[in-house]
Design a protein around this ligand. Sequence first.
Ligand code: IDP
Length: 161
Amino acid sequence: HRSKSTAHPDVKERTLVAVKPDGVQRRLVGQIIQRFEQRGFKLVGLKMLQVSEDLLSQHYCQLTSKPFYPSLVDYMTSGPVVVMVWEGHNVVQSSRTMVGPTNPAAAPTGTVRGDFSIHVSRNVVHASDSLEGAQREIQLWFQGKDLLNWDCCDQSLTVEE
Ligand code: IDP
């Protein structure tokens, strides 16, 4: 006998995905959301904002000493971003696969970066790279009250419960 709670403990896994300013300007928000919806993940948080340099330096705390960091700040603050939290089985790793490698030149067709971008400095989208990173980024970008726990009526069609 397997109890419901131990069979699939990670259906509540969450990750942070952001459409960067180039993706918003190029009107790719809808297509990017559609990919996560149709895969079967659940949207639990969504907002549009102009990013501050302070938030960005916390988000990219491991990159602030890189030579490209000043241009990364210019890019990420050039216009609004749309930031989302997606939930579901293995969502952190699956989102990274759906987004593709950092450098679009290496990104396979079928990935967001492989389908919509050509250069590392304009790669359209962000997705957390690990469970720990996802937790850190979600706390940074969202207040707990702005993440919703809701029942998706077709959940039993996407995971065994
Ligand atoms: P990731 O976004 O795939 O997790 P990171 O190494 O965390 O990759 O880099 C964060 C972001 O910084 C990239 O998505 C890209 O926008 C930018 N970036 C990374 N490496 C370079 C570079 O060599 N030149 C310009 N921008 C870069």
